[in-house]
Design a protein around this ligand. Structure first.
Ligand SMILES: Nc1ncnc2c1ncn2[C@@H]1O[C@H](COP(=O)(O)OP(=O)(O)OP(=O)(O)O)[C@@H](O)[C@H]1O
Ligand SMILES: [Mg+2]
Length: 369
């Protein structure tokens, strides 16, 4: 037994986690990884002395429906597996960074930039944890097989989560045949574990919580705070210390997220829609977070047409990425913006907001269809 399973069992014993058969298998796989990493560490020392290389295990790929505990198990593994350096990163952000590094590398030299970038990544982490692996553009699809071959060959172990099994990654994507070697690589090198039990624990935690709280004020604030703590398991007494985060936006900008924990973000309406923001900002939010909490949505008078237009763009991005929305507002969606330019288009947003409160929507997985 390694630290991964002892921590997991302690959480089950304490009643914080319910026993779950699929999670048990996930923990066993992570345990095997932890043990072989520990062994490889010792063998690595031996290899240094003798010149013989040691085989490092590839890692674990956990896939399954929304709210099954994939990110939870990955976090547990990340915290408890004893290697250094290690890194946990959202897959989409990692790929943005990879493309940036490839561009920089191409400027410096004329050869294939992928090996050099993979080497640099491998030098920074022996264990790489990716949350929410999803491939939906050909720029990523075309480089992944070679990039990961080099990363794994450099002795890096990978733990990743995804809503899809490897065979369904980049399904129906352009030039998919060029992507297939990546699927083979994953299936060969990583232990693939379905985490697809009957219970959506997030939905269970969201159950009975109001997703659209009216009006703004202390009651709504308390309800949303409770929701945040319930979704993130963060102790409410530490509420002053919830971490913030700066997320990269396409085009090189940064968006400050005042509260960011375990894929849940909290924003004020003012911050998200009261400043000059646009689709790239909202897409970055929609990709990065499975749940977004927005506080203080006001009724919008006709002169607030810019705020209304941004709110439309924001909700489109959240809706398209199936992000769960919890909000406090001064009125029901249909009464938020009834006059002024774009009020007609706003009706689609109203309809989306209604749908986003439905049980079906709440049960859907994060990510673009
Ligand atoms: N066995 C369990 N018992 C109780 N709560 C659990 C259990 N497993 C996970 N949870 C909780 O359920 C919520 C959802 O889990 P998690 O975020 O890991 O899901 P996920 O599989 O990553 O979903 P997604 O695909 O949407 O990212 C979290 O708050 C997590 O702590
Ligand atoms: Mg997750």
């Amino acid at each position: 037994m390694s630290a991964v399973s002892s921590r997991y069992q302690a959480l089950v014993a304490a009643g914080e986690l319910r026993p779950d058969e699929d999670q048990k298998h996930g923990v066993e796989a992570l345990d095997r990884l932890a043990r072989s990493l520990a062994k490889a560490g010792r063998a690595g020392l031996w290899a240094k002395l003798t010149g013989k290389t040691s085989a490092v295990p590839g890692g674990v790929y956990m896939w399954g429906g929304v709210g099954r505990g994939k990110s939870m198990l990955m976090d547990l593994a990340f915290e408890t597996i004893d290697v250094a350096p290690k890194r946990r990163v959202h897959f989409h952000e990692f790929m943005l960074e990879v493309h940036q590094r490839l561009r920089a590398e191409r400027q410096g030299q004329t050869g294939d930039p992928i090996p050099a970038v993979a080497q640099a990544i491998a030098a920074e982490a022996k264990l790489l944890c990716f949350d929410e692996m999803v491939i939906n553009n050909s720029a990523d699809a075309m480089i992944l097989s070679r990039l990961f071959s080099h990363i794994l060959a450099a002795g890096v172990s990978v733990v990743t989560t995804s809503n899809r099994p490897p065979r369904d990654l980049y399904k129906d994507g352009l030039n998919r045949e060029l992507f297939l070697p990546f699927i083979d690589l994953i299936e060969q090198e990583l232990e693939v574990v379905p985490l697809n039990g009957p219970t959506d624990y997030r939905l269970e935690r969201l159950g009975g919580m109001p997703t659209w709280d009216v009006p703004n004020g202390p009651v709504a604030t308390v309800a949303l705070r409770d929701a945040f703590f319930r979704l993130t398991d963060y102790p409410p007494e530490d509420s002053a210390h919830v971490p913030s985060e700066d997320i990269p936006v396409q085009g090189g900008r940064i968006l400050h997220v005042p509260k960011s924990l375990k894929g849940v973000a909290v924003f004020s309406f003012k911050r998200l829609c009261g400043e000059a923001r646009g689709a790239p900002d909202y897409l970055a939010v929609a990709r990065r977070f499975h749940t977004v909490i927005i506080v203080g949505i006001p009724r919008l008078s006709p002169e607030k047409r810019d705020e209304a237009a941004r709110f439309v763009t924001l909700i489109d991005a959240l809706y398209e990425h199936k992000v769960k929305l919890l909000a406090s507002a001064d009125a029901a969606p249909a009464e938020l913006y009834t006059q002024g330019s774009g009020a007609f288009e706003f009706e689609r947003t109203v309809s989306r907001l209604e749908e986003m409160r439905s049980a079906d929507y709440l049960a859907e997985g994060h990510g673009a269809a």
